[in-house]
Design a protein around this ligand. Structure first.
Ligand SMILES: NC(=O)C1=CN([C@@H]2O[C@H](COP(=O)(O)OP(=O)(O)OC[C@H]3O[C@@H](n4cnc5c(N)ncnc54)[C@H](OP(=O)(O)O)[C@@H]3O)[C@@H](O)[C@H]2O)C=CC1
Ligand SMILES: O=C1O[C@H](COP(=O)(O)O)[C@@H](O)[C@H](O)[C@H]1O
Length: 485
């Protein structure tokens, strides 16, 4: 792997502390970091290099999935870190940053390969990109890459504006838009499950599948992110990015080759085939809700409007369920149901494929009920794949009963999404990052729904914390003869 400089904007922030430093440390332990490497933390506050290294050490010790008690390894890891205080809106300040980058490149004999990671609030994305260009930081004799966090825009117009600005400083191939759901090992495994297994490949279509359900339920509430979340809601926070990415990954067709370009191409085709929902019809296919008070794990919790920092009159949705149709030859006639929400009964991200049962009536005539075959792909918190099928129970008078075939991974060894994503970006592999086309098509598809929400064209149901969302979301499936699994 090429040696490089990793320049982290927002190095004292929450994401850096909880995810990025621990990911870098685990990659380092696994010898997946280039040698030598240079990491430069950039934030507004004043810190010495030593204080920054202690900060990094503490975050690794607190948040890494691995014990960080090997002193000499830790010292070696921390040696790569330097810090610079810089107000990112101050164009003059970037000269100092450039000097530091160049000095470290010289000291360590590193080619001018530069990775810029923007772990800062989105309002800084464009100004940082432009200052990287203007200051000469982006004029390298090696490669340059930009890793950018969500949210990528607030609607179609702001996303296009942002992309326009970024593209003045970076080529599309140089931009790595993080969607951490794409870094989850089971999401990355979807491609292999489908395409490396002829048995799944053969049945992954409308001939055999009755419906697909994608759930991302969370038991946490808005936590300390009131100001961001109340502007975003579940539709922008989860649906536009993570949920639609899960949909694309589930539904995409076999690419010509397993390459970033071909996979993205197939994902784009899914978004292009997604049937538009007109603003006037949003209420027929989309349900939104907001959590009220209730209980989580036996503990009383307040409703969304009572959360610190949330206005008592807020109409922000904390739950969304929707019915989507993909109008292509593989999926026509198969409803895809998506739901996501906070303060729900359990933390679970899963994809459930329910199979058609042409012989159901035949068994019913014999007074025997069969459960549907289900393929359940559990993404979070535990990872696994389970197949539900019918079998006669010899211990119960030969009665037909659903049984399960389960595969689960050992959780302790599963790498974090950020480890996989940063590793891919270091390598220049953009397969599991969101391409601009996917982002643009997602916002385009979503725009009438955003407008219907803003114009209050559909009810905002209240649901009890600790439930699985409003009753209306069950109704959505009942209309088609299904229910959530
Ligand atoms: N936290 C999370 O779990 C997630 C975050 N994200 C995204 O990641 C990004 C970062 O989020 P998060 O870490 O939570 O944010 P924080 O608010 O915790 O951190 C912001 C960082 O930006 C720095 N900063 C703020 N203003 C300036 C400035 N003018 N000049 C230089 N540095 C500045 C802060 O430095 P200082 O401390 O010195 O002020 C701090 O390091 C955001 O885009 C967010 O949406 C995405 C998914 C999850
Ligand atoms: O991006 C986000 O994701 C988290 C959920 O992520 P997970 O990996 O725990 O499933 C969500 O809580 C947060 O609101 C959202 O911004």
């Amino acid at each position: 792997m090429d040696s490089m400089t990793f320049i982290l904007f927002g190095a004292t922030g929450d994401l850096a502390k909880r995810k990025i430093f621990p990911a870098l440390y685990n990659l380092f332990l696994d010898q997946k970091m280039p040698q030598p490497f240079s990491i430069i933390g950039v934030s507004k506050r004043e810190l010495s290099d030593e204080a920054f290294q202690t900060y990094v050490e503490n975050s690794v010790k607190t948040f890494s999935r691995r014990l960080a008690n090997d002193r000499s390894k830790m010292k070696e890891f921390l040696r790569a870190f330097r810090y610079i205080s810089l107000d990112v809106t101050n164009a003059q300040g970037y000269k100092k940053l450039l000097e530091m980058v160049q000095q470290r490149e010289k000291e360590l004999n590193i080619p001018e390969n530069r990775m810029f990671y923007l772990s800062v609030a989105p309002e800084f994305f464009d100004v940082i990109a432009s200052n990287i260009k203007e200051s000469g930081l982006g004029s390298t004799t090696g490669w340059k890459r930009l890793i950018i966090e969500k949210p990528f825009g607030h609607d179609i117009q702001s996303a296009q504006d942002l992309n326009e600005k970024l593209s003045q400083a970076f080529e599309e191939e140089e931009i790595y838009r993080v969607d951490h759901y794409l870094g989850k090992p089971m999401v990355q495994n979807l491609e292999a499950l489908k395409f490396a297994n002829p048995v799944f490949q053969a049945i992954w279509n409308n001939q055999f599948i009755a419906n697909v359900q994608i759930t991302a339920s969370e038991s946490v509430g808005v936590e300390q992110r009131a100001s961001y979340y109340d502007q975003a809601g579940a539709i922008r926070d989860m649906f536009q990015n993570h949920m639609l990415q899960l949909l694309m990954m589930t539904a995409m067709h076999l690419p010509k080759q397993i390459s970033a370009k071909d996979i993205r191409n197939e994902k784009r085709k899914i978004m292009e085939s997604l049937r538009p929902i007109q603003k006037e019809e949003v209420g027929l296919h989309v349900v939104r809700g907001q959590y009220g008070p209730g209980e989580i794990d036996g503990r009383p919790v307040v409703g969304y409007k009572e959360e610190p920092g949330i206005d008592a009159s807020s109409t922000t949705e904390t739950f969304v369920a929707a019915r989507l149709w993909i109008d292509d030859e593989n999926w026509s006639g198969v409803p895809f149901y998506i739901r996501t929400g906070k303060r729900m009964k359990e933390k679970s991200t899963r994809i459930v494929m329910e199979f058609k049962n042409p012989l159901k009536e035949w068994y019913l005539q014999k007074n025997e009920e069969t459960a549907p075959n289900l393929l359940v792909i559990q993404i979070n918190p535990n990872e696994g794949v389970s197949l539900q099928f019918n079998s006669k129970n010899v211990f119960n008078n030969g009665k037909m009963e659903p049984v399960h075939m389960d595969f689960a991974t050992n959780q302790k060894e599963v790498p974090e999404a950020y480890e996989l994503l940063i590793f891919d970006a270091l390598h220049g592999d953009s397969t599991f990052f969101s391409h601009w086309k996917e982002v643009e098509l997602s916002w385009k598809w979503l725009q009438p729904i955003l407008e219907a929400f803003a114009e209050n064209r559909l009810p905002l149901y209240s649901y009890r914390s600790g439930s699985m969302g409003p009753e209306a979301s069950y109704q959505l499936l009942k209309e088609d003869g299904f229910y959530w699994r």
